[in-house]
Design a protein around this ligand. Structure first.
Ligand code: PMV
Length: 359
């Protein structure tokens, strides 16, 4: 869709720098199962986070014969060969979209606001930050992406090729990725911002990330998506996700925190039910994840507060709650839940305003 052989530097190849801070996001309706080149089997919707982000800078200059490779990469000022390898493959894949990359040498530096071993998936923030830098570079070199909507659309498309969920991190507050009948502009190729569709209660929602276990995942997300390929429940799951999305968008719009919360929990459980019914089956929930789920259910029953959880492909929980209930929720976490978290650790996050360009 964005292949463009015109984007080649004709005269002097410039030096320059682009840098972005881009947040992670948490899916409310989950993307699980893909086809083709990173295309989703069902549409998903997420809240954009605020405090969990990656900061990435790309300094570029003309590539010379003396350069050993096309780029250098440091994560937290240190070499990370596994990450560098993934970035190398990604940049090669992007060559038809950004042909000028062949003329440049890139020095890429990245860091995350959250600890590397915290168990938070960093691919959404990392690939969205890098995709934004590449689009900024295109604009600096060719003056092609002046329009903010066009810039974000391309950044979301490019981020998607690195990690599907990264396509959603480009937008403030909330994003929808995948073709969805109710949204004429929606697409499998890029996400769109849906902030305007959310009742104001959800626009400032709190998101406490309870770190239950930081161990490396027993299944990577690519391997997880692959498990859906010949899954006996695949078609049922994809149609359930569509139904859940339709109902959730209505609840998010009307401000119905209870209805939204129940749908969000059902989505998390369906994701894990799919994993547990895969061949081979995968169990990513830890004993303390289940303990915390029961405690949240009890808390809800006794306080009547609309506090609900979601879980991604791992054991950690995200507690979602309206800001007006913040003090009760923080007290619940500190007094009851932290003992089930790894070294008592949790991240006090909330819905955020999306990526920002940095110096
Ligand atoms: O973007 P990926 O390939 O890492 O897959 C993300 C999958 C989930 O986090 C489990 C769900 C989602 O929609 O973010």
């Amino acid at each position: 869709m964005y292949q463009d052989s015109q984007l080649v530097l004709k005269k002097d190849v410039p030096t320059g720098r682009a840098a972005w801070r881009s947040p992670s996001n948490i899916a409310l309706v989950k993307y699980w199962g893909k086809h083709g080149n990173q295309l989703p089997r069902n549409p998903s919707v997420s809240l954009t986070l605020s405090e969990s982000y990656s900061e990435t800078s790309v300094s570029y200059r003309p590539r010379s014969a003396a350069d050993a490779g096309a780029f250098s990469f440091l994560f937290d000022a240190k070499e990370e060969p596994a990450f560098a390898d993934r970035i190398g493959k990604y940049l090669t894949e992007l060559q038809p979209i950004f042909p000028f990359l062949d003329q440049l040498h890139l020095d890429i530096r990245s860091r995350n606001s959250f600890p590397h071993s915290s168990g938070i998936a960093s691919s959404a923030s990392a690939f969205s930050a890098l995709a934004l830098c590449l689009c900024s570079m295109e604009h600096q070199c060719f003056n092609t992406l002046d329009d903010d909507k066009a810039f974000r659309k391309k950044a979301s498309y490019v981020a998607r090729l690195g990690s599907g969920s990264a396509s959603r991190s480009i937008f403030a507050t909330a994003a929808l990725w995948g073709q969805y009948g109710e949204e004429p502009e929606s697409s499998d190729e890029f996400a769109i911002g849906v902030k305007d569709q959310l009742h104001e209660t959800f626009q400032s929602y709190g998101n406490a990330i309870l770190l239950v276990d930081s161990g490396s995942k027993s299944v990577s997300s690519s391997a997880g998506h692959r498990l859906m390929e010949d899954h006996v429940f695949a078609q049922v799951r994809y149609s359930e996700a569509r139904k859940n999305l339709l109902q959730l968008m209505q609840a998010l719009h009307s401000g119905d925190t209870e209805r939204a919360g129940l749908l969000i929990e059902v989505e998390a459980m369906q994701l894990h039910a799919m994993m547990m019914a895969s061949r081979p089956y995968v169990i990513l929930l830890a004993p303390n994840t289940l303990k915390i789920i029961h405690l949240i259910q009890e808390f809800r029953k006794s306080t009547k507060l609309p506090v609900y959880f979601t879980i991604d492909a791992g054991p950690n929980l995200h507690l979602l709650y309206p800001q007006e209930n913040r003090s009760d929720v923080v007290a619940f976490i500190e007094d009851v839940l932290v003992q089930y978290c790894l070294r008592g650790s949790w991240i006090d996050d909330r819905v955020g305003n999306g990526p920002v360009q940095i110096d």
